[in-house]
Design a protein around this ligand. Structure first.
Ligand code: AMP
Ligand code: ZN
Ligand code: ZN
Length: 404
């Protein structure tokens, strides 16, 4: 008898603390990222579906956060914190507290290791804590149990997975019985970023990649319609893209001996660790004025870039002038040079990212100005009815975008 009583008490206690699963009839929220898509890519005649969504709903643009890279900005979009505070300070980074590991997008173990992501709380974690089910059809951070919580449904990143399969998986999640159905879903497409790097932002291949992604979003829209679902769809990008002319290269070996430091990132931004004992030599070489580049010690980066306080930021950060890249002759000889890149100043118009939103919660037919991408998280929180964690963004985008 006592055992039964004890069990009953334990059960009651568990019920009291576990979030009650929310069975909601509210429209699903679908956050779609088209990596590397600039707002002006909608004007290339390649995107009938997105253009119709923009015409029915909202169209605007997002100023990315520094550094203008994929992982840092995807994490900013879902946490409302700039990279210096969300912990994903670059696509490639090191942490003195996680010795011997270099975080890279291709390092599957690191990408799934919560220690890299735990400095911030993505919106799906906040939602799951409140009993709201979430599903990620890829998103940086979604493969790790951040602060111990994963999306209810997620898949390990697989670039080769066809767009149609990504969309069909998302629709299958929406077909789950109401108690299991996710309310917040993400979807990710990489093809536009790849075409921009390989061919440059103005190439026909970029319009071709936009058309491919547009068709996939068309498949999603048709699937939602067939199910009678009026979703709130938000289409964003992490950053834009600019051309990288071959005559605008800064060769690091012309500035310092290459063995005086170790670079973790090169191109449209450079991060560098001076070799032990050679700090002064590296600083003398890099911190002086250069015609097409500015370098800083991490503690002296201009405040407007909001970068440099995180222990994961490299000791030296260099930012080339727009369209210039930092590289080495050896790298140019061995790698196929990219015709497009990103990583420059987030204020550059070419670095701006796409924003389109459509659905019952959004105003119709409005064009919005540029918002900082930290404002997307408070918008998502409001759509989900969650109190946003205090962060770097504000209610501005939500107030402009949502029906009052
Ligand atoms: P970037 O080098 O900043 O242009 O990053 C773009 C690349 O990030 C694309 O080629 C994607 O395949 C890759 N990527 C996007 N999401 C993930 C992920 N969750 N895991 C690993 N790689 C990813
Ligand atoms: Zn990207
Ligand atoms: Zn890219």
């Amino acid at each position: 008898m006592r055992l039964i009583l004890l069990l009953a008490c334990l059960l009651l206690a568990a019920c009291a603390t576990a979030p009650k699963p929310q069975v909601s009839t509210a429209p699903p929220i679908i956050l779609i990222s088209i990596d590397g898509a600039r707002p002006d890519y909608l004007d290339r005649g390649a995107t009938p579906v997105l253009s119709a969504m923009a015409a029915e709903g909202l169209r605007g643009s997002l100023r990315p956060s520094f550094p203008v890279k994929t992982f840092p900005n995807h994490y900013t979009l879902v946490t409302g914190l700039r990279p210096d505070r969300n912990g994903i300070v670059e696509n490639n980074m090191e942490d003195p507290a996680i010795p011997g590991v270099t975080f890279k997008m291709s390092n599957r173990a690191a990408v799934g290791d919560r220690r890299w992501w735990d400095e911030a709380e993505p919106i799906w974690v906040a939602a799951e804590r409140e009993g709201v089910k979430t599903a990620t059809m890829f998103w940086p951070g979604s493969e790790a149990p951040v602060r111990g919580v994963r999306p209810s449904y997620w898949l390990p990143y697989e670039e080769a997975m066809p767009n149609e399969a990504r969309v069909d998986r998302l629709l299958a999640w929406l077909d789950l019985p109401p108690a299991e159905r996710p309310r917040l879903l993400t979807l990710y497409f990489h093809q536009v970023d790849k075409a921009g790097h390989d061919f440059g932002p103005d190439a026909p291949q970029v319009a071709g990649a936009m058309a491919e992604v547009d068709a996939a979003i068309g498949r999603l829209v048709a699937g939602l319609k067939a199910r009678g679902l009026a979703a709130n769809v938000i289409v964003v990008s992490d950053h834009g893209m600019a051309a990288t002319p071959a005559d605008r290269r800064i060769f690091l070996e012309d500035l310092m001996p290459l063995d005086a430091g170790r670079t973790l990132v090169m191109g449209a931004i450079m991060t560098l660790y001076p070799a032990p004992g050679r700090e002064a030599e590296v600083e003398r070489a890099l911190l002086k004025p250069h015609p097409h580049m500015t370098c800083w010690r991490k503690g002296e980066i201009p405040p407007r870039l909001r970068y440099g306080r995180n222990p994961r930021v490299a000791p030296i950060v260099c930012l080339p002038e727009m369209t210039w890249t930092i590289t080495t002759r050896e790298w140019v000889a061995k790698a196929k040079p990219e015709l497009g890149s990103h990583g420059w100043d987030p204020d550059a118009p070419e670095m701006a990212a796409l924003f389109v939103a459509q659905g019952p919660a959004f105003r119709r037919g409005a064009r919005l100005p540029t918002f900082d991408n930290v404002d997307v998280y408070p918008l998502l929180a409001r759509l989900l009815g969650l109190r946003p964690q205090p962060g770097d963004g504000g209610p501005r985008l939500a107030e402009s975008a949502l029906v009052r």
